[in-house]
Design a protein around this ligand. Sequence first.
Ligand code: B3K
Ligand code: ZN
Length: 875
Amino acid sequence: MNISGSKATVIRRGDYQAPSYQVSEIALDVRLDPDNTEVHTRLQLHRIAPEPVAELHLDGESLELLGLQRDGQALAESAYRLTEGGLLLLNPPEAFILESRVRIHPRANTALSGLYHAGGQFLTQCEAEGFRRITYYLDRPDCLARFTVTLHAPQDSCPVLLANGNCMATGVEEGGWHWARWEDPYPKPAYLFAMVAGDLAVVRDRYRTASGREVALEIYVAERDTGACAQAMDSLKHAMRWDEEVYGREYDLNRYMIVATDSFNMGAMENKGLNIFNAKYVLASPETATDSDYQGIESVIAHEYFHNWTGNRVTLRDWFQLSLKEGLTVFRDQEFSADQNSRGVQRIGDVRRLRAAQFPEDAGPLAHPVRPDAYSEINNFYTATVYEKGAELVRMMHTLLGNVPFRKGMDLYFERHDGHAVTIEDFIAAMEDANQRDLSGFRRWYGQAGTPVVRATGSYDPARHSYTLTLHQETPATPGQPVKEAVPIPVRMALLNTQGQRVPLEVVGGASETVLLLEQSEQSWNFANLPGPVIPSLLRGFSAPVRLQDSLDDDAHGFLARHDDDPFNRWESMQDLAVKALLAAVADSSVAPLPITLRNAVAATLADRQVDPAFCAELLTLPGEDYIGEQMPVVAVEAIHRARDGMMRAIGRHFAKEWTGLYHDLAAAYQRDGLSIGRRRLRNLALAYLIAGEGNSREGAILHARQQYIQADNMTDRLAAFQLLAQHRHHDAEDVILDFYQRWHEYPLVIDKWFAIQAAAPYPKTLRQVEHLLVHPAFDWRVPNRVRAVLGAFAANPTVFHAADGSGYTFFAEQIRRLDDINPQTAARLATPLSRWQRYDAPRQQAMVTALKILAGKPGLSRDLAEVIQRSHPE
Ligand code: B3K
Ligand code: ZN
């Protein structure tokens, strides 16, 4: 039992059983109507189990059964049984054709899983288990079948009818309806099925594959958005080229379609040949999208495209293997983005995300291995652990093997498993077999939750001219896994001399960088014949997803912050200096001073004209409040906020002249290249520091911000100014908020930003403001982007969500309760910040647990939310 008083069915990895039947062909015939859609399904089934079975289970959920036939005959009532989760066929013959007719209700489907009708369009989302909400089926990833689908719809409301694969025929029928038949030549699991119908415009382009085949590229959007698809189209073509060049993988159909919608539960979906995307990752124009929106489009378009090989051609045996496609595909999209942009800045961003989302997850009650052992709702496992930590595991194998051997492993993986549903084990085995390497330690990484802590100690022996490095690893216990084993940890490292140059390492034939493999709980290495004293640069490029305690003092970090030639480590040293100063300020409840080492490092960075502006902005951005909280035994909410604010002010004030100089020097007309993006970022950071500072420069900066807000020729600059003006107490904040809404109210993606920025303002009155936002005419509970803009931003607002009186939690729980009736998947995901209650002081703990209990007591609690609550507070 749990605090929600129910016991949900738990699915366990160890219970996997191969299906007893397979479907060779599935033909769907769908008459689309927002209120009553009829789906006629014809399945060709045959037994693959060696012996006859007493019953065959077909999944089905929220379906109204209208008729069932077997081999052309109505099925006798004694031959089947309807169950809670679907349909049982009793004593099925060895091979047969099953026809079913069901009715479903797309408009009422606010869960946005299965077939739904939103914004005038019919759309589907079948991963993970949405197909069973369309028809009775073997809705499991190891059931691969050839799909044909015929869509019927009124011609005026739905001139466009799309599904996976190739369009084979179209026609008109009575009453102003028309139809289209699509066939996908590649057998696929049902989670990759998609269909779309609506009034959509299309932006077309072409791509010629390496072997010379022409592929039609089509992006479907609302008519008025056709001018905002260039970034998506370019990114798609770049991704297609990259996968050919780096992995030798070509696209395999004649047509690649992308559909954009405002109503989507996540970022995008890789349905075979017909990706469906959250409009946020498709639409961009300089006036409406920020630089980071552009980068988001590039990476998500690439991610979904890369799934065509890692996920679709080679798919999953069961959902426990989710990271086999997600971790691997995230690794691929990260590498793609690193090749398109700056590798160092990309890595810093990836690690920032990992630490912001995955480390906390791994340290709390929702911790789970990259390959989980059990779930009750699989949609709850599309987590930072499965995605981001999963990508890190692939990256570590890549680091250990090297580029060419890794590619050999990938080739073998595709060669062996193309067209099959496989496991993480199969992936590791391909890497091992292609290279005669033993990677068995990685099986532990996949099975063990928790973030390893690596402690490094080192000493230089002047008499022997040698440096000894000792590394120790330990993984803290996680729920259900009290005892942890050592895992293989690749530690990329170099030794720097006092001039900041890497010294040759004799043990690796004079190379100046190497990868140490820490496999036991403790190991030591000795570097002999060094030219003089050295400072170690460890875990370069963040070569493993661990917490490193490097036992270096501030002087060493200050040195690395200025001299390390590894961009990640240079950034990391800067962060370490800032975190240390901030923690000291938190400990004595003071405003953070600006310690001399940090001040010198900031000064050196500001003076360094060589450094790329995007990287410079990374170096000068202070760690976020959440990250600082992560470094403390109990998160001191207000003290952290005060300390970080204080440090912003100190850096703003101390370097006011430099910031002002940068702000003016970096002004430029809008361009989209990497250098211009970096310059904008640094310039807006300068503005933020000036506004954080005090006195004249602050007043001047507010004027600059207002001017920038009005005159900006792009959304990056306009939004940066808007955020500073809207989130800082000053007299015309409200006018600016009103003005922004009036300018952009016709652009939902921009209005999401407007909602989010208000919900993120760090003042007590924000709670009231958020109450108003929830009843604003533009707020819509059925649109996940909008709900996330308000409630997601609210829950990420440290001082307001975690207000000492518990008001933030109570309010939040009430909203999640409401959302759960509309969209359980989004409700469950948004609720996860409450799982972190153990990290706070006693009164907050109590208030958070009470909030969880309020949710647990909700009548009709969804399985999604019930699982999150139960795991968050198991007693
Ligand atoms: N595979 C989808 C995510 C599906 C989430 C289902 N709840 C998008 C992606 O990772 O590419
Ligand atoms: Zn994915």
